[in-house]
Design a protein around this ligand. Structure first.
Ligand SMILES: *[C@@H]1O[C@H](CO)[C@@H](O)[C@H](O)[C@H]1NC(C)=O
Length: 323
């Protein structure tokens, strides 16, 4: 079913972009760009309709598109062969972002990758490139996928940690998979991820902020600066004892901290946030405060009840684990 939906989405994308690539290739454009975090892998040719090399490459790419199921020898490795018409004005920025200075320029994009193709125009070399790209991704994904959290919380790992160019800021929890407190983190994290806009529902940012102010009794302000419906932040979870690499990476992110730790990652900068507890309202507040949108609870009374709760939690001896 999921597969079917994804396929349906891909053809919707195709319908809205101009370009001269015949199906099953897909014409992509800036307004419907899959990006590095797309769930499918895209082999994308940045081309010009007037480029002879691109025309000569087309039959090869078409063949690849028709036989893409054979490339990886795995059922769940969807590949879309696609192209972007760079001379088309609305695609100028996009092609610039991918440093397209000559045609054709080919990239593998999606599933955590943005890899430029440098070898020659042969079927065997393209297939090898795709397998190598995805091969490195398969191990990455498997490790990230080993996390215990479910959507809309994103399981993160070293190779799949928000970078400077990340589209959204991230609220990230570092956790120990063996911690007894882990179960208690699931619900508040999922709620915060949904609240901050990481779920499927799309509402405008001003509306979302107003709803959160109401739901969690937060003093919010935005001075009319908000527009669009992008999530305020994504919520991720990073297992810190899943392997040695994870252990070292967590240590470098939050030296000397006890798990679980809350981080704010934005524009490639990571800050440790000391503001526990890990309840949904507080997580939402922490994210909004980092964005300058929340000044905290509405009244001292709710602040008091919060700190009382916090007292109770530590009295209960909530599990903390050394990194
Ligand atoms: C484009 O070039 C810049 C500068 O060399 C580089 O940092 C960036 O990663 C390149 N973009 C892509 C998508 O490869």
């Amino acid at each position: 079913m999921r597969q079917l939906l994804l396929t349906a989405c891909a053809s919707l994308v195709a319908a809205s972009c101009t370009g001269n690539l015949p199906p099953p290739m897909v014409n992509l454009c800036a307004s419907d760009w899959p990006g590095r975090d797309a769930s499918r892998l895209y082999l994308v040719m940045f081309y010009s309709p007037r480029c002879g090399h691109c025309e000569r490459l087309k039959p090869l790419l078409l063949h690849l598109a028709r036989t893409s199921n054979d490339i990886f020898g795995l059922p769940n490795r969807p590949l879309t062969v696609a192209g972007v018409d760079c001379p088309e004005e609305s695609n100028h920025q996009l092609c610039k972002r991918y440093n397209v200075t000559g045609y054709p320029t080919i990239f593998a994009i999606g599933q955590g990758h943005e890899a430029r193709y440098k070898a020659g125009a042969s079927d065997a070399e393209l297939r090898r490139f795709l397998r190598t790209t995805v091969g490195s991704g398969a191990s990455r994904r498997a490790r990230c996928g080993a996390g215990v959290f479910k959507e809309p919380v994103v399981n993160l790992c070293k190779a799949h940690f928000p970078e400077a160019e990340a589209k959204h800021p991230w609220l990230v929890i570092l956790y120990a998979s063996r911690a007894k407190s882990l179960k208690r983190l699931q619900t508040p994290l999922a709620a915060a991820a949904e609240d901050l806009g990481g779920g499927a529902t799309r509402i405008s940012r001003p509306e979302r902020l107003a709803a959160l102010a109401e739901k969690y009794k937060l003093r919010v302000r935005h001075g009319g600066q908000l527009s669009g419906s992008k999530p305020f932040a994504k919520v991720g979870a990073m297992c810190c004892d899943c392997d040695q690499e994870a252990r070292d990476f967590c240590k470098s992110l939050a030296p000397g901290s006890l798990l679980p730790v809350l981080l704010w990652s934005s524009g490639g900068k990571v800050e440790v946030s000391s503001r526990s507890p890990f309840v949904a309202g507080n997580l939402v507040h922490v994210a909004l405060a980092h964005l300058g949108l929340s000044a905290g609870p509405q009244s001292s009374e709710s602040a008091k009840s919060k700190s009382a709760k916090r007292g109770k939690r530590s009295a209960r001896g909530e599990g903390h684990d050394e990194l």
